[in-house]
Write a protein that binds this ligand. Structure first.
Ligand SMILES: NC(=O)c1ccc[n+]([C@@H]2O[C@H](COP(=O)([O-])OP(=O)(O)OC[C@H]3O[C@@H](n4cnc5c(N)ncnc54)[C@H](O)[C@@H]3O)[C@@H](O)[C@H]2O)c1
Ligand SMILES: [Zn+2]
Length: 368
């Protein structure tokens, strides 16, 4: 087992650690024991992840003397909803999960988000922990305490801030991720470098072959660094003020594209890649980003096989309307995350009336 020092998320009484390692999945039991003691816990996962890692986690829990009931929820974003949450509540009642118990989320961001929300609401709030198994979840979703479910009217509309008691990320679990999921996760890694760390960005450029080959040691370093950056942002800004909002780089357009496609077709990371390409253009024209770093960002996304062009069939005007509807706005203006240089951002208040023409010019079409 290779494991660097745990990362601290500093939130006073809600502080916790993020354990990033290679082969550290077996430490789940001990960490869970420290949270739940002898109380019953629920292990939430989905059939895909359960088949890959469920037995090992259950063995680790058993070895640590933790009594666990597995609750499997169906795989996929479309199940991150009220129906799934209702079933989880029923299962928690059957399993007699009490105030001193805990919920463990084993899986990607979908399992993590719904488990976190179930934990925030069960008995008015019980402890929970994250054992993320996707790149997106290890560097982003599992850290920070944002929990949610989707409604037919939009993603993540119902949720709560509820911090986990620990996060355990075994980077080796990423080796079984489908290629497309892995690459979509890389979009968020590229984002992290672009907004917060030029050193990370340069590492990704220099080692792009090893990144794509999922070299373990390199992945450990990258996940550890990204998780550390996310932890720092969350520690400073738990409730999503300005600092945390810079994590939305590439997401204003990304969310709009996802929404207009009915959340089918593109993966979130792919949509964010498209959003970052647009944000790079805006940064160049409005925020003084030099052409060279902008070109490097586009090249790195291309190197990782990520899309950068807005899918055909979406009109600038429809996209602009969807961007206005995104949560991060004030009347008539969109708070847009711009890059000033690699590793440095600022907000640019864009008039919503300017968006459609900017999109049209980015897409090389008329703004119809
Ligand atoms: N709470 C937050 O701050 C936050 C941040 C980012 C994203 N999210 C949420 O996270 C979700 C996306 O998360 P995701 O990208 O992890 O998607 P996901 O949870 O749907 O996982 C992607 C796919 O990979 C499978 N999988 C998971 N781990 C695997 C492994 N190790 N090997 C093989 N297959 C594996 C899953 O079963 C699923 O089919 C969205 O709902 C998004 O809203 C939340
Ligand atoms: Zn994202």
């Amino acid at each position: 087992v290779t494991a660097p020092e745990p990362i601290a998320v500093e939130l006073g009484p809600r502080s916790y650690e993020v354990h990033v390692g290679l082969g550290n999945l077996d430490a789940t039991g001990e960490l869970a024991r420290a949270v739940a003691g002898s109380a019953a816990v629920a292990l939430l996962t989905n059939p895909t992840v359960d088949a890959l890692y469920g037995e090992r986690v259950r063995a680790s829990l058993e070895a640590a003397g933790v009594r666990a009931t597995t609750i499997a929820i169906p795989d996929g974003e479309r199940h991150k909803n009220l129906e799934t949450l209702g079933r989880i509540w029923d299962r928690l009642a059957e399993a007699r999960i009490e105030r001193g118990g805990a919920l463990l989320a084993l899986g990607g961001g979908v399992v993590g988000d719904v488990t976190g929300f179930a934990a925030a609401t069960w008995l008015r709030g019980v402890a929970f922990a994250q054992v993320p198994t996707t790149l997106v979840a290890q560097i982003d979703a599992a850290i920070g305490g944002k929990t949610a479910i989707d409604l037919p009217g939009g993603k993540n509309l119902v949720g709560a801030f509820h911090q986990p008691r620990f996060v355990l990320a075994d980077v080796r679990t990423l080796l079984s991720l489908p290629e497309r999921e892995y690459r979509a996760g890389l979009a968020e890694v590229v984002k992290t470098g672009a907004i917060l760390s030029s050193g990370l960005f340069e590492l990704l450029e220099r080692e792009s072959d090893r990144v794509l080959a999922r070299d373990e040691e390199l992945l450990l370093r990258i996940v550890h660094e990204c998780a550390g950056l996310k932890a720092r942002v969350v520690s400073v800004d738990e409730n999503e003020g300005d600092l945390r909002a810079i994590l939305n780089f590439g997401h204003t357009l990304g969310h709009a594209v996802e929404m207009l496609q009915g959340y089918e077709g593109l993966l979130h990371g792919e949509a964010v890649s498209i959003g970052m390409a647009f944000a790079t253009g805006v940064s160049t024209t409005r925020c003084g980003l030099a052409p060279e770093p902008g070109g490097r960002l586009l090249a790195l996304l291309g190197r990782f096989g990520l899309p950068t062009r807005i899918p055909g069939g979406l009109s600038p005007r429809a996209l602009a309307r969807a961007m206005e509807a995104d949560k991060k706005r004030t009347a008539g203006r969109v708070k847009f995350v711009c890059l000033e240089e690699l590793g440095r951002t600022r907000f640019e208040n864009l008039a919503t009336d300017d968006l459609a023409p900017m999109l049209a010019s980015h897409m090389g079409v008329n703004d119809g």
